[in-house]
Design a protein. Structure first.
Length: 251
């Protein structure tokens, strides 16, 4: 079993008005096979948490620690974090013109594993994963995210997750922009990856609709850069009924 531990994490970002503290002391522990849902209003710092874990240079950690099985994640470069087993599913995936999906996936797998996957088994794995996500085989020949719909971008993120088999996946608003059918298909992909690899999942979302398909073990309410309340799946139901007003009033 692996453990991702976040301890008293403080993060700042530079703005036009100067340095702004976004995260104000986040404490969170995620174990293999667990699903942790991070829920909160816009501007509460949820995406900042995701990018700080992944190592985005825009965000500066001023205090605290992030460790993976005792190893200092914050001391690692972005690619070292990926090789250590941390995966980020981005809210807004970027286009990579001139690089096909198939080349991108195999290059990423080679970088993670340290050697190229065997072609015969790799092609089968890619086809199976794409079929599970209801993706046309021709998708593999397209340039990464170029001209993709919102649903195609999110399916491609989950395709990467299934094939790269990380220890922990941080999924930043994977449900954003998805219709009901795409949401179900993407959620099924996340559940398949969890069942086959025991990946730990940090699922960031505004809404409870994705939690109808991906059942969280823990729900954390994120307000003003810190966790305001924690509970089980029932907490998401309370948020659906009541919203975040009581937390904002107390923030």
């Amino acid at each position: 079993m692996s453990t991702l531990t976040i301890t008293d994490l403080h993060v700042t970002v530079e703005t036009d008005q100067g340095t702004k503290e976004i995260l104000r002391g986040v404490n969170l522990t995620i174990n293999s096979g667990e699903v942790h849902a991070i829920m909160g209003p816009n501007g509460s710092g949820k995406s900042t948490l995701a990018y700080a874990i992944a190592g985005h240079p825009k965000y500066t950690v001023t205090q605290g620690a992030v460790t993976l099985d005792g190893e200092d994640v914050l001391a690692m470069s972005v690619d070292e974090r990926a090789r250590a087993g941390i995966f980020l599913g981005m809210q807004y995936p970027v286009e990579v013109p001139g690089v096909s999906v198939s080349n991108f996936l195999r290059t990423a797998k080679t970088a993670i594993e340290g050697e190229a996957p065997k072609l015969r088994t790799w092609v089968k794995d890619v086809k199976d994963a794409m079929a599970g996500l209801r993706m046309d085989p021709e998708f593999a020949n397209r340039n990464v995210n170029e001209g993709f719909s919102g649903g195609e971008k999110k399916r491609h993120e989950i395709l990467q997750m299934e094939l790269l088999k990380p220890k922990f996946a941080v999924l930043d608003e994977t449900d954003s922009g998805l219709d009901v059918d795409a949401l179900r298909i993407v959620s099924e992909g996340v559940n398949r990856a969890k069942a086959s690899t025991d990946v730990g999942i940090l699922l960031i979302t505004h809404y409870t609709r994705i939690l109808r398909y991906i059942t969280p073990d823990f729900v954390h309410v994120f307000v003003d850069g810190r966790i305001a309340e924690e509970g089980g799946p029932e907490l998401a139901d309370h948020l659906e009924a009541e919203g975040y007003d009581r937390f904002l009033t107390n923030a």
